[in-house]
Design a protein around this ligand. Structure first.
Ligand code: SAM
Ligand code: SF4
Length: 451
């Protein structure tokens, strides 16, 4: 059992977990392959946050069932949130599935895979102490390194499976995290993204999230620092001050709101009121001039009336978020809201969602139009997929505010900083003009990726 195919679904934390698994497997002498047909074992790293995510994984498992018909020795595994959440159902289907492993079982993955070659294996214990702090991930290509600073969640929002699938909140020691940041910088990664379900509640017993940001800000070779997702209730003065004062911490905050109706927020158990959220947003905007703010919204939560929905729509119109992830409420087994009667039917959820999409599209478009004529500093990611195959090749990267910028290929290398003049915009992209961009002298080259 040598060759493993890993595929990941869901949030950035799952991508980071996949890198962790890849590191564990490679250290055990296993090889990661790009195609399931070349593999002795396939592992799907899954997401249980919404039913739709689960359906996609189940569909993919169906494809692997076909593969297994052709190659009965193939080991099929499911890792991550869905493994934990659907454990009974997955084990019922054990003719297809040989291994289920929850988010705290990755340390022993090579051994679990070997055992699964002879008997179906389930490793689903949640471990309050497991942080994987000592395990080095095998980071993917690119200029951005994801660093998980905290695992699990203690907030228990009533709609959310995360505390059940990923267990209780625990933070990694700051020394281990700074070691990871330094090694990532030495490998050539230029942007660090700190990950946690409520990343700003990070606390290792002696240091809080503000300490972590300030310490990471001093690491040589790192050009930019980002983090996701902070929780509004954990946005302390210290954290806001660190965001404002650290040169490398970028002016973009993803601040999930979920709803702008207090009764809905209360039933969601979000632990803040709209006024509380608004005060946090105001403080961030005051202390971090030019900050871009994005958010998450759920429509159709049980009991959400038309008035509740309109309150959310109107607040979003006034708050003018740069972007928003908009979701239809999905009832998840095990959560507390699962027992609340659903009062908003699917078509109505769809209508509310579409109204918010349309409004946000317009606002994002207006905000982006406001960037036309200005210069942005971009961290170059590489060739843009839009440019590939066209006569005119294009590059893409992120501005300090985490806006995607696309411009004609001017030879700028991935991992370098580039000043680009914005000459056009769509609601999702800023279009740059390399002809108007400054010359080579202003191209900041930091060095090549080692190894
Ligand atoms: N921990 C982060 C927070 O509290 O903001 C986000 C975690 S979750 C992976 C990302 C987003 O998914 C949430 O902010 C929420 O908007 C959405 N979400 C979570 N559970 C959901 C559900 N049952 N139905 C619809 N959307 C959901
Ligand atoms: Fe889920 Fe709430 Fe925790 Fe976010 S804070 S992961 S929404 S329980």
């Amino acid at each position: 059992m040598k060759r493993v195919f890993l595929e990941t679904y869901g949030c950035q934390m799952n991508v980071a977990d996949c890198e962790l698994m890849a590191g564990v497997l490679e250290r055990a002498g296993m090889e990661l392959v790009q195609r399931p047909d070349d593999a002795d074992a396939v592992i799907l790293n899954t997401c249980a946050i919404r039913e739709h995510a689960e359906q996609r994984v189940l569909g993919r498992l169906g494809e692997f069932a076909h593969l297994k018909l052709r190659n009965p020795a193939l080991i099929v595994g499911v890792a991550g949130c869905m493994a934990q959440h659907l454990r009974k159902r997955l084990l019922d289907q054990k003719r297809v599935l040989d291994l289920v492993v929850g988010p705290d079982g990755y340390r022993n993955l090579p051994d679990l895979l070997r055992r699964a070659a002879s008997v179906p294996v389930a490793e689903l214990r949640l471990d309050r102490d497991e942080t994987y702090g000592d395990l080095e991930p095998r980071r993917g290509a690119g200029v951005r390194a994801w660093v998980t600073v905290q695992r699990g969640c203690d907030k228990f929002c009533t709609y959310c499976v995360v505390p059940y699938t990923r267990g209780r909140e625990r933070s990694l020691p700051i020394a281990e995290l700074l070691g990871q940041v330094e090694r990532a910088a030495a490998q050539g990664f230029r942007e660090i993204v700190f990950l946690g379900q409520t990343v700003n509640s990070y606390h290792d017993g002696a240091h809080d999230f503000a300490d972590l940001l300030r310490a990471a800000d001093r690491v040589a070779g790192v050009l930019r620092i980002r983090f996701t997702s902070p929780h509004p209730s954990d946005m302390s003065e210290r954290v806001v001050a660190a965001i404002a004062e650290c040169e490398k911490v970028m002016p973009h905050v993803h601040l999930p709101l979920q709803s702008a109706s207090d009764p809905v927020l209360e039933r969601m158990q979000r632990s803040y009121t709209l006024a509380g959220y608004d005060a946090v947003l105001g403080r961030i905007r005051e202390r971090v001039p030019g900050v871009a703010v994005s958010t998450d919204i759920i429509v159709g939560f049980p009991g959400e009336s038309e008035a509740d929905f309109l309150a959310t729509r109107d607040y979003m119109r006034g708050a003018r978020f740069d972007s928003a992830f908009l979701f239809k409420y999905s009832a998840r087994p095990d959560t507390r809201s699962f027992k609340m009667p659903e009062t908003v039917d699917e078509p109505e959820k769809g209508r509310r969602l579409q109204a918010l999409i349309d409004q946000q599209h317009q606002i994002s478009g207006e905000i982006h139009d406001g960037w036309i004529g200005r210069e942005v500093q971009v961290l170059v990611d590489g060739p843009s997929s839009r440019g590939r195959g066209d006569a005119q090749a294009q590059l893409h990267g992120k501005s300090r505010e985490f806006k995607t910028v696309v411009w004609a290929d001017d030879g700028a290398r991935p991992g370098t900083l580039r000043r680009v003049k914005v000459v056009g915009a769509t609601p999702v992209t800023l279009l740059g003009d390399s002809a108007e961009a400054p010359h080579e002298a202003q191209l900041v080259t930091i060095g090549d990726r080692a190894g």
